[in-house]
Design a protein. Structure first.
Length: 278
């Protein structure tokens, strides 16, 4: 910004006062930011069995895959989390921590509990001496294939064009490309454009589906929004303090929704994932 310089002393004084107030305001804003709970919200695909309509091929029993997952865990550990949240139903937290305790006793034996939970989150917890993990998922029935159950009277062209080539707008972020390393797949998944894509693919695209006078697709999309809001509500139930650093590991679409919620939050500050995924 260009500043006009005036000789008038009174005007200069006024400008200085305004500058001081602005600086103080910025300091207050920075102070408020630093008071927020830092969150590393990390997107992954499911490294074990999944009910997702599309899944990334990954053999969790393969030794190299296990070693690659451990390297990802080491990168994430630089964040220094004090609290770890995973995509396990809150109702299964006791079982989650039973499996976590087993892993802590024998860390050389890879855990494939919930795929990425055992392979990545358990190792992050071990490295950072985290005592227990929190399951924050909330299961909710959701029909990905509502378009097959009715005659679409809204906009079948837009829906079908998207389904025929989902990655048309982000070809460089296609996670199904052959030969990608685990680190590259996760790097692509955590890209902001890919996270936006996941919200479209898992929910918003269904707003183009419905009967002549119905909102069947929109209602299904609303169910997915509802599930993610409940996941967020489970996060908000945790006894967190401003000194905590929270690592969340979940399927990419949940990461995308949580990012949307937390970016508007008065409580959380989402850190840059790529500061740790290198």
């Amino acid at each position: 910004m260009k500043h006009l310089i005036f000789i008038t002393a009174l005007f200069v004084l006024s400008c200085n006062e305004k500058t001081q107030h602005t600086a103080q305001g910025n300091l207050q804003e920075d102070s408020q930011e630093s008071d927020k709970i830092k969150v590393l919200n990390f997107a992954t695909f499911h490294m074990g069995n999944t009910s997702d309509s599309k899944s990334v091929e990954f053999d969790e029993q393969n030794r190299k895959n296990q070693e690659d997952a451990k390297k990802i865990a080491q990168m994430i550990s630089a964040f220094g989390p004090t609290v770890i949240c995973v995509e396990v139903p809150a109702s299964e937290s006791e079982e989650l921590n039973t499996e976590y305790t087993k892993y802590l006793k024998s860390p050389n034996k890879a855990s494939t509990y919930y795929g990425e939970v055992g392979l990545v989150a358990f190792e992050v917890g071990r490295i950072n001496n985290v005592e227990k993990l929190y399951g924050i998922d909330y299961r909710l029935e959701y029909n990905y294939n509502i378009n097959n159950d009715l005659k679409n009277e809204i906009d079948s062209a837009t829906f079908n064009n998207f389904q025929s080539n989902p990655f048309a707008s982000i070809p460089e972020l296609n996670i199904f490309e052959e030969g990608l390393s685990l680190a590259e797949k996760l790097s692509r998944m955590n890209h902001p454009k890919f996270l936006d894509f996941l919200i479209t693919a898992n929910a918003d695209i269904l707003t183009y589906v419905g009967s002549k006078n119905g909102y069947e697709g929109a209602d299904e999309a609303a169910e997915y929004y509802k599930r993610n809001l409940r996941i967020y509500s489970n996060l908000n139930r945790l006894p967190l303090t401003k000194k905590d650093r929270v690592f969340i590991l979940s399927g990419g679409s949940h990461t995308a929704f949580l990012n949307e919620f937390m970016q508007r939050s008065l409580k959380y500050e989402v850190v840059n994932t790529f500061d740790y995924l290198k």
